[in-house]
Design a protein around this ligand. Sequence first.
Ligand code: NAD
Ligand code: TYD
Length: 351
Amino acid sequence: MKRTILITGGAGFIGSHVIRRFVKKYSDYTIVNADNLTYAGNLGNLTDIDREPNYKFRKVDIVDKKAVSALFDEFRFDGVIHLAAESHVDRSITSPDEFILTNILGTVNLLAAFRDVKPESDAARLFYHISTDEVYGSLEHGGFFTEQTPYDPRSPYSASKASSDHMVRAFGNTYKLPFVISNCSNNYGPNQFPEKLIPLTINNIKSKRQIPVYGKGENIRDWLYVEDHAAAIDVIFHKGNPGETYNVGGDNEWKNIDLVRLMCSIMDRKLGRNAGSSENLITFVTDRAGHDLRYAIDSSKLQKELGWKPSVTFEQGMEMTVDWYLANEKWLATIISGDYSKYYEEMYGNR
Ligand code: NAD
Ligand code: TYD
């Protein structure tokens, strides 16, 4: 079936994997990637597919209402998969404003434009909003987030994502806009910007820099391989019930310090260093303000209703991720030049 769909934030980490999957799998779709190319957006993530006839890129700031409206005039989308966001908790603590603008106002601009467009195709319309498990708050050492867990966001990032989820549901209720939302746990894999824990640790071990572990490293995250998230997005976009929310997770909880130690041992082996040598780089630094203790997701609804499950074990995913970063030194070198050094210095320089 012919469709014209918008994927926002397609030059970022998760978005680039979603774009690649859709461009390769759905040759009848016109897939438009709208991205403002912030520090986290990199068209170099898409060089293998950017000449495909069913792919188009438009540089659009979703905060710019006129630009969003012009984009919808040009393409008359029947579907939107919305990933564009400011996504890093630490940056939201030092400068929340961008999070309010992009994550809340940007989402509202897209919702309003989608509400007002008359689509070109007859496909059922859908606005699919990609969100995070962080909207549910923080768990102690027991229980899981379900789709019924009340929202309790605790960082400027998670509060801005929670607001955007609420706006999506409000547009669904008020204007009868068909929508779905998914809330996913922490992703890892190729192309993740090295401000996040896993790629930052890989990069620091490689260059023998200290590995900053916040607090005592006791915080727990559930990790999902990014291509399994892209597969979940595919199935939810095509088979999800409008108005529903789906939790996505890896059923794969790790205490940060255990994860960092695991990465040290993988990297020692891959780099031919003495076993245990990278662990000497571990440095406990001042804790993140308001640091959520634990995230853990119950994804049984998605598994039972839509038949999705993670396909990659954590061991396989970590091997693939480390191999990718070691094989893509140029990608990493480009990313960590310029602004990244300034960010790193401000973030970790005086800890
Ligand atoms: P990312 O930071 O790697 O990429 C975000 C992309 O959005 C970048 O390409 C950036 O250029 C673009 N963007 C930012 N502001 C924009 C604007 N004003 N206009 C247009 N484009 C803009 O993020 P990610 O990790 O790929 O996350 C993608 C989505 O998934 C986000 O909505 C995030 O909240 C959600 N999410 C992420 C995770 C995770 O672990 N990374 C987990 C669950 C949900
Ligand atoms: P991060 O990758 O920033 O994801 P999120 O905050 O969205 O979960 O961080 C994952 C965990 O690792 C989180 O508990 C914070 C911690 N962390 C560190 O200990 N050191 C670091 O340098 C970073 C970036 C994160």
